[in-house]
Ligand binder design. Structure first.
Ligand SMILES: Nc1nc2c(ncn2[C@@H]2O[C@H](COP(=O)(O)OP(=O)(O)OP(=O)(O)O)[C@@H](O)[C@H]2O)c(=O)[nH]1
Length: 367
């Protein structure tokens, strides 16, 4: 059997420099023959046109939908067809700026409901291109985010956080537009969200093709484990402990006002108060994730995930063997950890209150 074709998936927010990177790869593929599958949201695939203007062939257009959701089956069909043609030996997929990388990786490794996984491709590397210049703006409540998001329930900040957290290689692009000091701050924040990926600072996505093609860095099992709540929290807590006891390499983050801490309490929240607190986001929390214990549903583990202003919270299981306890990792810039801790403490349920169902239950809540 012929070996499966290695594939790199490139994600990143709108305008970050993905097409610029793909053009570079097409122009300088080394000894590889590359095909590029481009996903754009509009009916006309602008990216495919920009690319095909520079190269004659090898660019395949998958438009008018998002490959991370609606076009999953099309993605499998198309990569299978391409791989069968064998007129190339490396596949690059450029996702649209609003595509979430996890469903794409899942489609390529597990298939969709309608299809099995494409057998003749192998996910080799996931790359995220992040715009250093636009980074803080995505979290700034004063900035109006582009309202291009086709799925209002999935705000772009949340997609951006996914793109940062789920990648093997992260290109921090547009470094020419940002002073070094500010770049250090952006990099420190990204490192809090994504400690593992190979991070490179780039201008016009200039990178050695070997850094993003054929790296062999994608590890499906590892990627799946990373998505798990327990593991994510355990790692964040370990990092938080090392933070307080041994400063390690974290002064860089602290020096730029980027920090993270873990809020732990063995007392449940009042559901309405906690829900109201989640609404009061003031722009300093970049990311919050973890488990919450809610008085109105004492058996239920409430998973909480906030990316910038976007909050999701809903039941993710029962406490079972674990003693119920709230543990939230909070990452942000210029955070006032004491004030946040005090505000969260104000949301704790009255100790004399009897646990039981609330009349109105604010959870689950979607972003
Ligand atoms: N100054 C500067 N401009 C850049 C850099 N990288 C890309 N650009 C420009 O930013 C714009 C967007 O770049 P693209 O490569 O099209 O971005 P994209 O991520 O493919 O954008 P979408 O397809 O809309 O999601 C273009 O005008 C690029 O020339 C960079 O490092 N510095």
């Amino acid at each position: 059997m012929t070996p499966p074709i290695p594939t790199t998936v490139i994600s990143g927010p709108l305008g970050a420099g993905k097409t610029t990177l793909v053009n570079r790869l097409l122009n300088d593929p080394g000894d590889r023959r590359i095909a590029v599958l481009v996903n754009d949201m509009g009916e006309v695939n602008v990216d495919a046109e920009l690319l095909s203007a520079e190269t004659d062939d090898g660019v395949i257009d998958l438009s008018n939908g998002c490959i991370c959701c609606r076009l999953g089956d099309d993605l499998v069909t198309e990569v299978t067809r391409l791989a069968e043609e064998r007129s190339f030996d490396y596949l690059v997929i450029e996702a649209s700026g609003i595509s979430e990388p996890i469903p794409i990786a899942r489609t390529l490794t597990e298939g969709t409901d309608g299809t099995g996984p494409p057998e003749n491709v192998r996910l080799d590397t996931t790359v995220s291109v992040i715009d250093a210049y636009g980074f803080w703006k995505a979290f700034d409540p004063a900035e109006s985010l582009p309202d291009a998001a086709p799925a209002p329930e999935r705000p772009l900040t949340e997609v951006l956080v996914d793109q940062i957290e789920f990648c093997d290689v992260l290109l921090l692009n547009k470094c020419d537009m940002v002073p070094d000091e500010e770049l250090d701050a952006v990099e420190a924040a990204i490192r809090e969200l994504q400690p593992r990926a190979e991070l490179r600072r780039t201008t016009y996505s200039e990178v050695d093709p070997g850094a993003v093609l054929g790296t062999g860095l994608f590890d499906f099992e590892e990627a799946r484990r990373r998505q798990g709540w327990k593991r994510a929290l355990a790692e964040a807590e370990a990092a938080d402990d090392s933070h307080s006891h041994d400063h390690g390499d974290r002064p860089a983050a602290a020096a730029h006002g980027v920090e993270s801490f873990v809020y732990r309490r063995e007392r449940p929240f009042d559901a309405d108060h906690f829900d109201a607190w989640l609404d009061e986001w003031e722009g300093d929390v970049v990311r919050l994730k973890g488990f919450a214990w809610i008085a109105s549903r004492p058996e239920t583990v409430l998973g909480v995930s906030q990316a910038g202003p976007a909050v999701q919270a809903g039941p993710i299981g029962e406490w079972g063997v674990d003693d119920p306890a709230t543990r939230l990792v909070i990452i942000g810039r210029h955070l006032d950890a004491d004030a946040i801790t005090a505000a969260l403490d104000d949301c704790l349920a009255d100790e004399s209150a009897e646990p039981g169902e609330a009349e109105t239950d604010p959870f689950p809540r979607e972003a």
